[in-house]
Unconditional design. Structure first.
Length: 314
């Protein structure tokens, strides 16, 4: 893809992030931070793009005009869909926006099918939980700490592997898998959680859903991996410039902070949660190199066509 096509894809993703006008200020701040963090890309000034989108100085028509190839149009649409679905099912405003994107880019029915697949992933429940956000239930036994640690590490390796795959749906699957991990840890400590509570927990520690997807996909796109298929599927696995490894570190940190939080009876303050998460993310980043061979091996075994089944079965 040309630099102008890459810029157009990123711009469309930012337009998608703000289309429903319902982003919390902390999520807006995270998206701005990510734009600044990715600004080293050649030919792109992402902080300026962020401001252009926020101030409505760019339009869908102008973005569509910069996407020349069918590949770039399809990838732009897929990223926009995943941005809209990152924090849950699409709102009416997001659905209308994506319809306009399909029309503007001249995409066929296969694009609508991709949107349906993304919606299916977004709609997978963390469990059949209902009622209040957090319900204390009797835990039959004290959870096995070593087993929980093992499940956290396995989840981190899986999400690290998904981050290395070029398909957009693979990247999108990371968030629901993280939510399921938090659910299982809460359940092990006697708490029945719903998705609303888990989203609040992630936001409290500093993990925005839309911003996390943008960061993961942005690094893959600017690193040249996102969108590659066929023989080039695993070509970039050894190149950590392509992937930051943040999915491994953030999943590892979420698991261990959730374990500490629910084991302690949910008594940690917001500030304590943020500080704990920040500290464990650094630990996860230091471990990522150690577990990189396992992450790469896991990536080689993943079937990107069965992402939905992977999320459902987690």
């Amino acid at each position: 893809m040309t630099p102008s096509e890459t810029k157009a894809i990123v711009t469309l993703s930012l337009l998608a992030a703000f289309v429903d006008g319902d982003k919390h200020e902390r999520e807006r701040a995270e998206i701005k931070r990510i734009a600044e963090g990715l600004s080293q890309a050649d030919g792109l000034n992402l902080p300026t793009l962020y401001q252009d989108v926020l101030m409505k100085r760019v339009s869908l028509a102008s973005v569509a005009g910069d996407l020349g190839s069918n590949e770039s149009k399809q990838l732009a649409y897929e990223m926009a869909v995943c941005v809209c679905d990152a924090d849950g099912a699409q709102s009416e405003a997001e659905r209308m926006f994506l319809m306009d994107v399909r029309t503007s880019l001249g995409l066929d029915a296969s694009a609508a099918r991709f949107s349906e697949q993304a919606e299916e992933i977004a709609a997978v429940p963390v469990a059949a939980a209902a009622g209040t956000a957090v319900t204390a239930v009797a835990a039959p036994n004290t959870p096995d700490s070593a087993e929980l640690d093992k499940s956290i590490l396995n989840a981190a390796i899986l999400n690290g592997a998904l981050e290395l795959l070029p398909e957009t749906l693979s990247t999108m699957a990371i968030i629901p898998l993280q939510m399921k991990l938090v659910y299982r840890i809460g359940q092990a400590h006697g708490y029945q959680l719903d998705s609303g509570h888990i989203k609040d927990f992630l936001a409290t520690v500093g993990v925005g859903l839309t911003s996390q997807y943008l960061e993961q996909a942005g690094r893959k796109l600017l690193g040249g991996l996102l969108g590659k298929v066929g023989g080039g599927l695993l070509r970039g696995l050894g190149n950590q410039a392509v992937s930051s490894g943040m999915s491994f570190a953030s999943t590892y940190a979420l698991g261990h902070v959730a374990k500490r939080y629910y084991a302690g009876g949910r008594t940690l303050s917001t500030q304590m949660l943020k500080e704990a998460f920040s500290g464990v993310v650094k630990e996860g980043q230091s471990l990522q190199t150690q577990y990189l061979p396992a992450i790469q091996e896991k990536a080689r075994t993943l079937d990107a066509g069965k992402v939905l089944s992977l999320v459902r079965g987690a």
